[in-house]
Design a protein around this ligand. Structure first.
Ligand code: AMP
Length: 575
């Protein structure tokens, strides 16, 4: 541990990145067994345990400082003044323990065992293993043990620099190290694989979560084609649930969330049914809530996610399905480098059954095609569309151009401004925040549905400020109620139920598209229209929309023009 600590101190002692990397690389190279290399890389990254172990120490700051305080024999005032000097637990402990310990050294393995002892002990018993270790150590080593426990080294060493040092230590390009790290999701495991030269063969291992592939946003269908540079693109609906990775082999099942936390217990119906697949697999997909054949709103899934325990009642009320859109591993074979088309072919060959469904797939060969699919997707109640290059490999952790997400404003509404507020920051001194309303035809009143801050130029805002000053009917200081005369066209992404506005709805992310001076207030949009849009896009989705999710369409088959699977009129859409 003392070597580790001295290396850490040397890294912290220079601000030159190259020097930090060199020092650390030399240390990594000096370690002659793989387990020590694994421990050293993990500790240097400021972690008590490798990420793949998914363990937490559960030792609070209070317990930590009590142990250090007790060993040091110093009084509180002295300890506090030392802490103020360092503002870092490790550095503080290092100085507080000077001359108060046995000045010894222990192998990294022993530090790891102690950390494991702390993790498994309960409550007050957690302090004992730590105290025993710190008493034996040289204060410099103790300083670094405390840094590892505190979860940060504060020696100017990012995880990226640890990757660079691993690359330098074992003569590999840092890009390769990064790739292995993305796949393993664990810096210790990465160091060992790189040392052993397992770069090309660095394939994923089941039950070690791998980072998710991400999508880049695009605004238009033409941009999607242009950026992807492909002749044809595959499309999938953009499902509004939670991302999920499912690992299964021989009856063992583990699920991971977008931040690679294990979530197996949150979705027992998936864990129970995965063994029926009779294949070792790693799926990437989206968990959706659904009941009685209907996809439920995200809100209901959230309700379930918020619970510690998934009771039988909750399972009945909000059951879940996994919509699978990728297969990364099959029966001992890593598929990361296979093209999406091949991964999908293998996935379709598995014949998955409820609660597993396959993402609905279509193919677009032109921007016009993609636009049409996008419009149909919207109609089915999905917020957007994913466009994927069928020839692309799965690149963990990357937000590249092989996956694009196409989102567009849901609609625009013509509204009238009813109140305005003074802006902040660079908008200080101008009226820049506009509350707006639609007409409730039942009562003839105006009802607010949102507030817009963006979309106008500085010149337009200045002009608007003058106008609203003269339209003010009630000056409340920070806000002014204005005569409803200014008509705006606003775009927005979605609608929510809301108690904040009299309308009962709130538009999300509204922005001003146009000032509609050509439009009289009598002709603005109505509350009925807002309710209609809400029902159409955010009301409970219909049975038909789930059947479509479940449908497996062959990628090469042209899509029928009949509007296949559209919900019959009047079913759950309010139209
Ligand atoms: P965003 O959260 O807007 O960055 O969109 C990316 C997210 O969309 C992903 O992390 C997934 O959780 C989700 N998603 C929904 N449907 C798909 C799909 N068919 N393919 C990939 N990601 C999807």
């Amino acid at each position: 541990m003392l070597d580790f600590a001295r290396t850490g101190a040397a890294v912290g002692g220079t601000s030159a990145t190259l020097e930090k990397t060199r020092v650390l690389a030399a240390y990594f190279r000096s370690l002659d067994n793989d387990d020590d290399l694994r421990r050293a890389a993990v500790f240097m990254a400021g972690r008590p345990f490798g990420q793949s172990k998914r363990r937490t120490l559960g030792l609070g700051w209070a317990a930590l400082s009590k142990v250090v305080g007790a060993i040091s024999g110093r009084d509180d005032t002295e300890l506090q003044s030392l802490f103020r000097k360092h503002s870092d637990f490790g550095d503080w402990a290092g100085e507080a323990l000077e001359g108060r310990t046995e000045n010894g050294d222990v192998p990294l393995e022993e530090v790891e065992k102690t950390l494991e002892g702390i993790r498994t002990a309960r409550g007050a018993a957690k302090a004992a293993p730590l105290e025993k270790l710190l008493r034996r150590l040289h204060p410099e080593a103790a300083r670094f043990v405390v840094k590892v426990i505190a979860g940060e080294m504060r020696i100017g060493l990012s995880e990226g620099l640890v990757e660079a040092a691993i690359a330098e230590a074992f003569g590999q390009p840092v890009t390769q190290v990064r790739r292995v790290h993305l796949i393993t999701g664990d810096i210790g495991e990465t160091a060992v694989r790189v040392k052993r030269g397992l770069i090309e063969t660095s394939k994923l291992t089941l039950f070690q979560p791998i980072r998710f592939m991400l999508a880049s946003p695009v605004e238009t269908a033409a941009e999607a084609f242009e950026r992807m540079g492909a002749e044809k693109v595959w499309t999938e609906e953009k499902y509004d649930g939670v991302r999920c990775q499912l690992h299964h082999a021989d009856g063992r099942v583990e699920l991971f969330s977008r931040d690679l936390k294990e979530t197996t217990r949150a979705f027992p119906e998936l864990a129970e049914n995965a063994p029926k697949l009779e294949h070792a697999v790693l799926f990437d997909g989206e968990v959706l809530a659904h009941r009685d054949g209907k996809v439920l709103r995200f809100f209901e899934l959230q309700h379930r996610l918020g619970r510690k325990q998934v009771t039988a009642d909750l399972r009945r009320e909000v059951p879940v399905v996994l919509v699978i859109f990728d297969l990364l591993y099959l029966d001992g074979r890593s598929l990361l480098d296979e093209p999406l088309a091949e991964r999908r072919r293998l996935l379709e060959g598995l014949g998955v059954e409820h609660p597993f469904l396959l993402a609905r797939l279509e193919e677009a060969t032109s921007p016009a095609d993609l636009d049409r699919i996008f419009a149909d997707t919207r109609e089915r109640g999905h917020e957007g569309l994913m466009a994927k290059d069928p020839a692309s490999p799965y690149t963990p952790g990357r937000r590249g151009l092989a996956w694009l997400k196409l989102k567009r404003p849901l609609a625009t509404l013509d509204v009238v401004v009813t109140a305005v507020e003074w802006g902040h920051g660079k908008r200080k001194g101008v009226l820049s925040d506009y509350t707006f309303a639609v007409k409730d035809t039942a009562t003839g009143r105006l009802v607010n549905v949102g507030k817009a801050y963006t979309g106008l130029t500085d010149a337009e805002i200045a002009e608007m400020t003058k106008r609203f000053m003269s339209l003010t009917v009630d000056d409340r200081g920070w806000a002014r109620v204005v005569k409803p005369e200014v008509v705006l066209e606003v775009a927005f992404d979605s609608i929510q139920h809301s108690g904040r506005h009299a309308s009962g709805y709130a538009l999300r992310f509204p922005r001003i598209v146009l000032i509609r001076d050509d439009k009289p207030v009598e002709e603005i949009d109505t509350l009925e229209r807002v309710a209609e849009l809400y029902e159409r896009y955010f009301g409970t989705k219909t049975e038909a929309s789930l059947t479509e999710v479940a449908e497996v369409s062959l990628p090469t088959r042209p899509r029928p023009q009949s509007g296949r699977g559209r919900p019959p009129h009047g079913v759950g859409r309010g139209r």
